[in-house]
Design a protein around this ligand. Structure first.
Ligand SMILES: [Zn+2]
Ligand SMILES: [Zn+2]
Ligand SMILES: [Zn+2]
Length: 469
């Protein structure tokens, strides 16, 4: 075979046996400049640019998130066009913010709800597979823009514009990055100003198209519910395909490595890249008048009133609210009529995936930047539970899971016994807006549970196909 290349300089044919020796670095003790080589095209608290920014802003406190770490130092926001050195800014607490977030079209959330209502999960696994795949095929035709990494200022400007026009704009409408660009005034190292009038024009221009897409999603949901658009599933498809060098090399490496050796390079690099100096820095509320505690008889009366709800008993005698840290006695509050009351609520807390293999596998079909691995039930007090309820009452567009337990913990810092929490709802709304990718991940997670069953079925089908036991 001749392909007209002078291969005299290529060191031997590629089929030759080779021994390759290299050192897997200890990420935790690697000097910053070496880390920069390993974490190629990424960023972190170790980069020269980040250090220069900290020096320029005269601070040592840094809040650098995974979005920022996942991009190179020359990245620029597709929306406001600023580059990283113009994006970083100081928070009111003197922390340098280096944060990027995924902005996604909430019309997909609406479409998924419409879809779910008409296509509920069934007992029949095959139907569930069809429903899940058809939904995924449908979403790119419904969304007005792909999930896009943008700077926090552009993401926040989008949220603020929607809040300002909340009576006019339909719920689940989201401004596309190109539309955000039309209503922001951009300056280096500061938040954008927004022009609500221009935002209104962008909404009006997109309004018909938005309605048309919801109409389309509704029609498709009906069609699929009536059994149309079915597509036969090819068993084992995902396990086949051309051999990939990266898979083969990875397997060779894994079999040569000592058994039980866990490298976790990706996770370790991520851990060395991120910085979270913003957490837990909300100012403590000023001293409030001491409220009297219920005596033992009054507490016993509160306990006796709980027989209807299981959560009080399940919490046990030594329970402390995982958000505000108060005990059963401390969460008791005197009602206007002078009666002591208290409640404990059950909520779901979603946890990130920590199994590396499963993380790699699931990243390939997840749409979200986070990957949820599991969830646990948590028992929190009525005052903490009420923060989310109050947020939902005050602002449209948020969901039950819009605030995480960590967010609640931050919002109620300095909670006092026997009184409702004093909450900064502006901050709560900002935290909830920032959690959009988390909600997406939760959605993915719920999908994944049906997909895990699907994947297992594929493996079984392949084994049958190959004649394995
Ligand atoms: Zn931007
Ligand atoms: Zn957004
Ligand atoms: Zn609490």
């Amino acid at each position: 075979m001749s392909i007209g290349i002078d291969d005299s300089n290529i060191p031997g044919p590629v089929s030759e046996e080779k021994t390759v020796a290299f050192e897997v670095p200890n990420i935790n003790s690697l000097p910053d400049d070496r880390l920069a080589e390993i974490a190629h095209m990424r960023d972190g608290r170790w980069s020269i640019q980040t250090k220069d920014l900290l020096a320029r802003f005269g601070t040592t406190k840094l809040d650098l998130n995974s979005g920022w770490a996942s991009t190179w130092t020359g990245w620029s926001c597709p929306c406001c066009r600023r580059e990283k050195p113009q994006l970083a800014r100081l928070s009111s607490g003197g922390v340098l913010l280096c944060r990027l977030e995924f902005h996604h079209d909430h019309v997909a959330d609406r479409a998924k709800r419409i879809y779910r209502e008409r296509n509920p999960r069934s007992e029949d696994r095959d139907v569930n597979i069809q429903i899940s795949r058809t939904k995924d095929a449908l979403m790119p035709l419904v969304e007005r823009f792909e999930p896009t990494l943008i700077c926090i200022d552009c993401n926040f400007a989008e949220g603020r514009a929607k809040l300002e026009l909340t009576t006019e704009i339909e719920g689940d409408f989201t401004f596309a990055p190109s539309e955000i660009a039309t209503f922001i005034t951009v300056g280096a190292n500061r938040v954008h100003e927004i022009d609500a009038e221009k935002a209104r024009l962008a909404w009006l221009a997109a309004k018909d198209d938005f309605a048309d897409r919801i109409d389309f999603a509704t029609r498709m949901a009906h069609r699929i519910a009536s059994g149309r658009h079915r597509r036969e599933v090819a068993p084992g498809q995902r396990l086949l395909g051309p051999a990939q060098d990266c898979d083969i090399i990875y397997r060779l490496f894994s079999s040569a490595a000592p058994s039980g050796y866990r490298h976790r390079l990706g996770t370790l690099i991520e851990m060395r890249s991120l910085s979270n100096d913003s957490a837990g820095r909300s100012p403590k509320p000023k001293g409030r008048p001491k409220v009297q505690a219920p005596n033992d008889a009054e507490l016993a009366a509160v306990e006796a009133a709980q027989h209807e709800t299981k959560t009080w008993g399940q919490a046990g005698p030594n329970w402390l609210c995982p958000c505000c840290g108060r005990s059963k006695r401390e969460i008791c509050r005197r009602s206007n009529r002078g009666l002591w009351t208290a409640r404990i609520h059950r909520v779901l807390d979603y946890l990130p995936e920590d199994n590396e293999e499963s993380l790699v596998r699931r990243r390939s079909d997840a749409t979200s930047q986070f990957i949820i691995g599991s969830y646990r039930r948590a028992l929190i007090c009525h005052d903490c539970r009420n923060i989310t309820a109050e947020l939902l009452r005050r602002t449209a567009g948020f969901e039950e899971q819009s605030l995480t337990l960590d967010d609640l913990r931050e919002l109620v810092e300095g909670a006092t016994p026997h009184s409702a929490h004093q909450v900064d709802f502006e901050k709560a709304a900002a935290l909830a807006i920032a959690n959009a990718p988390l909600l997406e991940a939760i959605e993915d997670f719920e999908d994944h549970r049906s997909r895990a069953i699907e994947a297992l079925a594929e493996v079984k089908a392949t084994m049958k196909l190959m004649g394995w036991p």
